[in-house]
Design a protein around this ligand. Sequence first.
Ligand SMILES: C[S@@+](CC[C@H](N)C(=O)[O-])C[C@H]1O[C@@H](n2cnc3c(N)ncnc32)[C@H](O)[C@@H]1O
Ligand SMILES: Nc1nc2[nH]cc(C(=O)O)c2c(=O)[nH]1
Ligand code: SF4
Ligand SMILES: [Mg+2]
Length: 209
Amino acid sequence: MKKEVQDLIDKGEMLPLMEEFYTIQGEGAHTGTAAYFIRIGGCDVGCHWCDVKESWNAKLHPPTATDTIVAHAKAYANTVVITGGEPLMWSLDYITNQLQKNQIKTHIETSGAYSFSGVWDWFCLSPKKTKLPLAEVYPEADELKMIIHNNSDFEFAEQQAKLVSTDCKLYLQPEWSKRDKMTPLIVDYVMKNPKWKISLQTHKYLDIP
Ligand SMILES: C[S@@+](CC[C@H](N)C(=O)[O-])C[C@H]1O[C@@H](n2cnc3c(N)ncnc32)[C@H](O)[C@@H]1O
Ligand SMILES: Nc1nc2[nH]cc(C(=O)O)c2c(=O)[nH]1
Ligand code: SF4
Ligand SMILES: [Mg+2]
C-alpha cells in the first residue's frame, strides 16, 4: 500500500469499507430503529460461527475516504452504526467527530478486542472467548451482547457481565445457526435471571440487510 494511503488510514481519514447500507437495527437495545450501517473490513478474532466472514481480510476492502462515507450517511439517517469486521482495529476518532458535527448519533458494534477510539452515543460490546475485550473497553459499554452458541456460553456471559458498569444493559443473543436449540434455553434463562434480556437478530427474520 502507498505510504500516503497508509498515513490517511492511520489518521482515520480513510477506512477499508466493505459495505454501507440503510436498514433497521436488528439487534439489542435499538432494535427496530432506522440506521445507516457502515461495515469496515478486517477482523482476526476468528469466531467460527461469524456471519460476515467475508469481512475478515481487510485487503479485500478498498480504502475509502471517510468524508465520503459521512456524506453518504448524512443523506439517509440521523443514526449510524459502525460495525465490521472489527471496527476498533481502526482509528475511529475522525469519523465519529465528523458524524457528530453533522448531528448524527454514533453507535458501534464491537468485540472490544482492540484499543478504544471514537466518541460514541451508544457502545455495544460483544465479547468473544478467542480474543477477550481489553480492560479499557468494558467501562465504555452501554450494552453487553453475549452470543449463545452452546451451554457453556451462559457461564461466559455471567463472567463478562461482572466486568461492565452497573447500568450496562445485558443481552443474550442466540447464535443464528443454533437458534432452534438455544432460543428456548435463553428464554428459560432470562425468566430465571431477569437482569438479562433476549436479543434476536430480527433483520434475519425480516429478511432485510
Ligand atoms: C459481525 S459482528 C461485527 C462487529 C464485531 N466484530 C463484533 O463481533 O461485535 C456484529 C454482531 O453480530 C454478532 N454475530 C456475529 N455472528 C453471529 C451469529 N452467527 N449469530 C448471532 N450473532 C452473531 C456479533 O457478536 C456482533 O454482536
Ligand atoms: N439490520 C442489521 N442489524 C444489525 N445489528 C448489528 C449488525 C452487525 O452486523 O453488526 C446488523 C446487521 O448486519 N444488520
Ligand atoms: S469478532 Fe465479530 S466480525 Fe470478528 S469473527 Fe467475531 S463476530 Fe465476526
Ligand atoms: Mg450482522
